[in-house]
Design a protein. Sequence first.
Length: 159
Amino acid sequence: MDSETKARKHKSHKMNPISLANLKIGNRGSYPTPKSLANLRPQRHDEPSRNPAGRPTKDLSLTSLLKVEIQKIPKGEKEGRTWREILVQAWIVGALKNPLLFRELLERLDGKVKQPVSLSLDFRAEAERVASELGLPVEDVEAEARKIWPLLRPGHDGS
């Protein structure tokens, strides 16, 4: 079925067949409706808002409630410390007893420790494999590999 026939069958559009064929949506073969096209149109400033209430506030989220509550001083606190200060002190005391908690505390303060990565190459074993594939002496292949290896290292400027 060509695009002209599709355009004639689909009466909800007053578009030419070429633009209708270009607007085909996804694999379903459905065409956009005037309502869906209106939703894509940018809103003009003189129009009323399409979402007058706006984005809902985060008043009901646990995180926002915790952020407010953690700043308060608990009842019965003689030293005047906030919940935050009490939790941090408990975390430090717990870290002295628990190595996992200690590591977590350090990672939060300083970031994760960098893990060194190294690459080692057994020249002899690799030379034997390549030499057997190419039918060359192992010593020649290993000597060439040792000449080329420094050039392959990161940071080599190629000179």
